[in-house]
Design a protein around this ligand. Structure first.
Ligand code: SF4
Length: 75
């Protein structure tokens, strides 16, 4: 049986400019805290919404990895 991949979501709070785009796209995965985003749940099951948020971040502050390999943002 193949293991289900786990994605890790991180936000570079130094890069984040508090636009709130990620929160608007995925309110369960990102929260604004002191005008900067953070991911309260670091590890998530694969979810296209996470990649959409990473792609949409104007500061390129969101990184998504799968088993250590960067998969988002997508170029
Ligand atoms: S979309 Fe990017 S810049 Fe905007 S709040 Fe989220 S992490 Fe910060």
């Amino acid at each position: 049986m193949r293991a289900v991949p786990v994605w890790r979501t991180t936000v570079d709070r130094d890069r984040c400019m508090g636009s709130g785009v990620c929160v608007a796209l995925a309110a369960s995965l990102f929260v604004l805290d002191d005008e900067r985003s953070r991911a309260p749940v670091e590890f998530v099951a694969p979810d296209e919404t996470v990649l959409d948020a990473a792609d949409s971040c104007p500061a390129r502050a969101i990184t998504v990895t799968e088993n250590g390999r960067v998969i988002g943002p997508r170029d």
